[in-house]
Design a protein around this ligand. Structure first.
Ligand SMILES: Nc1ncnc2c1ncn2[C@@H]1O[C@H](COP(=O)(O)OP(=O)(O)OP(=O)(O)O)[C@@H](O)[C@H]1O
Ligand SMILES: [Mg+2]
Length: 324
């Protein structure tokens, strides 16, 4: 009892949902994952990108409590992955890269089987099955045999199974691999929907562009080393050394340029018509300070934006083209 009470006190819902600290995994003396650390905030969609053999599956398996790290610490939702695997398992839905579906079951039986493993009651099971079928667009296949499904449908069924206990964190290992372009788009839409539902998602891929339009943060791993991790705009800023701002001025751009020059964190400005491009030397999250300053000094604005990050560009810079 006192232990439970203590748990409530010591495991608050932190904003960081997934956390890895100096995690390594050696297979004999081969470092498949080498001293990696990163965090995924609550509600983020984290793209875990790297080529074949980079260490993605190994990392995801460790997070899923299926494999012990050789060194380091991991937590999910404040629970220690090694010491509190049962709490962690309740929070996560893990979709492995290679999955077996039980071919001779019916679709609903397959889901019911997994729901029973999570000890969901009959009502919860019924509702859960119908919800996940709906979400994965498989309602129509409820009574079909698993073996009669196409590969793409089986992949969606696997995702449905992953969602059956309504987990808060999803660990999806290459959920779209081996699918045709149409089916890949369907999986992408599904992940987007999960994101709208407020889930925290880690999704791996070796194809950057597949993740680019819906990830809020990324980690790039190569040969067991984490080359970069964080919010996409922070990584871009880190690489470029600045955040690029696009400021559209109403009226006198000269005055706006003067005001910008007063700030030490504005490095360089260029002006094209009413649009000023300014290099901000701070964090992507702090650009509001520049906006406030301009408005406070009486500059009239029509627009104030952060220039879009070109993910492909970042990726090439970081990996120097090693990652295909
Ligand atoms: N059970 C194992 N025993 C020995 N080495 C292993 C084992 N599993 C993985 N490895 C090695 O660890 C490294 C990382 O493998 P991992 O499967 O984590 O990579 P990945 O990023 O998921 O690659 P892919 O894109 O091909 O799925 C590889 O060099 C692999 O050969
Ligand atoms: Mg893998």
């Amino acid at each position: 009892m006192s232990e439970n009470l203590q748990k409530e006190d010591t495991s608050p819902r932190t904003t960081s949902m997934v956390k890895l600290e100096n995690v390594s995994k050696y297979y004999k003396d081969f470092p498949a994952v080498n001293d990696i650390s990163f965090e995924i905030a609550c509600g983020e969609v984290f793209g875990f990108i790297g080529p074949n053999g980079a260490g993605k599956t190994t990392t995801i398996k460790m997070l899923s409590t299926l494999m012990m790290p050789t060194a380091g610490r991991m937590s999910i939702g404040g629970y220690d992955v090694e010491r509190e695997p049962y709490e962690v398992r309740r929070l996560i839905g893990y979709m492995p890269d290679i999955f077996g579906v039980y071919e001779d079951l019916l679709v609903w039986e397959y889901l019911d089987y997994f729901a029973s493993l999570y000890r969901l009651g009959p009502e919860q099971r019924k509702r859960g099955i119908s919800d996940v079928l709906e979400l994965t667009d498989l309602t129509i296949k409820r009574d079909a045999q698993v073996m009669s499904l196409s590969r793409g449908m089986k992949q969606r069924l696997c995702l449905a199974k992953t969602l059956i206990h309504d987990p808060e964190v999803l660990l999806l290992d290459e959920p779209a691999s081996g699918l045709d372009p149409h089916a890949r788009i369907e999986i992408r839409e599904l992940i987007r929907e999960l994101c709208r539902m407020g889930k925290t998602v880690l999704v791996s891929s070796h194809i950057l562009t597949e993740l680019a339009d819906f990830c809020t943060s990324i980690g790039i791993i190569e040969a067991g080393q984490l080359l970069a991790a964080g919010r996409i705009d922070d990584i871009t800023a880190q690489l470029a050394g600045h955040v690029l701002l696009e400021i559209t001025v109403k009226g006198d751009t000269a005055f706006a340029l003067e005001v910008l020059a007063e700030r030490a964190d504005i490095q360089r400005t260029t002006c094209d018509g009413r649009v000023i491009k300014a290099e901000f030397d701070g964090k992507a999250d702090d650009v509001d300070e520049v906006l406030e300053y301009l408005v406070g000094r009486g500059v009239r604005l029509l627009g104030f934006n952060r220039a879009e990050a070109d993910l492909e560009d970042i990726f090439l810079k970081i990996t120097r083209g090693v990652v295909a």
